[in-house]
Design a protein around this ligand. Sequence first.
Ligand SMILES: [Zn+2]
Length: 324
Amino acid sequence: MRTAPSPIPPLAWAGLILGAGIASGLVGLFAGLSGALVVLALATLIVAILAWRSATRWLARRAALATPFPEAWRSVLRQWCDHYNRLPDELRSRFEDDVRILLAEKPITGVGVEVIDELRLLVAASAVTLSLGWPTYDWEQLNEILLYPDDFDRDYEFGEDDLSGEAHPWGTVILSVPALCQSFRDPDDAYHVGFHEFAHLLDLEQTHFDGIPLGFDDAAARRWVEIREREIPQMLRGESLLDEYGAHDPVEFLAVAVEAFFETALSMRRDHRELYELLAAYFQQDPAAWDDARGLTLKPRVRPLASRRAGRTGRRRPRSRLST
Ligand SMILES: [Zn+2]
């Protein structure tokens, strides 16, 4: 069971209070007692606001985790979420807690869609699949999720075969409900609009996407770029597990690679081992090992990749608007 940690750890609180005291003292040296009192009052106000926000969040998390995970929600995850089913028991418990925390903290709004519990769970499961290996991760850059009743175009007209999802740099993720349901319904085709759009947010530094996962050190970033440059020609020839959609833009390469990592873990490990290992280390998750443990095996290839993928041409792909 995950606890409900304070979003601001005690050490940070000590630093804030100490900083406020030092700032007041320094101002007092140069501007006298009244100046020091003004600075102290301002610092106290800021610390009080932060403390209030932190306490509110802590209480919301504690309330979200106060009761056992609803059995009806567990049934939905068992029925729809392949990643949940492959997890070892202790991680499945953390997955359930993370789902509840995300649902408690991130608003999900339907636009012409009734946001029923099943949909909320599919949204949360999409994000939590990516962040499960990071116990203190909070999706700080995610502000809200909008659910649309259908695919849409760039003017946000529904029913157009253009976009099935978007991730905006200000923290809004849009998901088409039919595309989201189809993503969970077919768990091993390397297509998942939820994984795709939330993966874009892992790449978001302030208002900028650059295609390098946040948190990579220089060596990992160099390795990532080398692998990407090697993979792209294969993707363009249709000889890769990774969808050709990701070959034209480094930002989309990351999102497509994340989709394939979680949806086709065994094939990724066999055919793209270096990329698989880099992503497994990054996500602190080993989905292929968990598929091994539940007895899944890969069939030998009987046809070239290009011909196996031929039937998928013309399939709708999720896209992301990067800077509007
Ligand atoms: Zn995208």
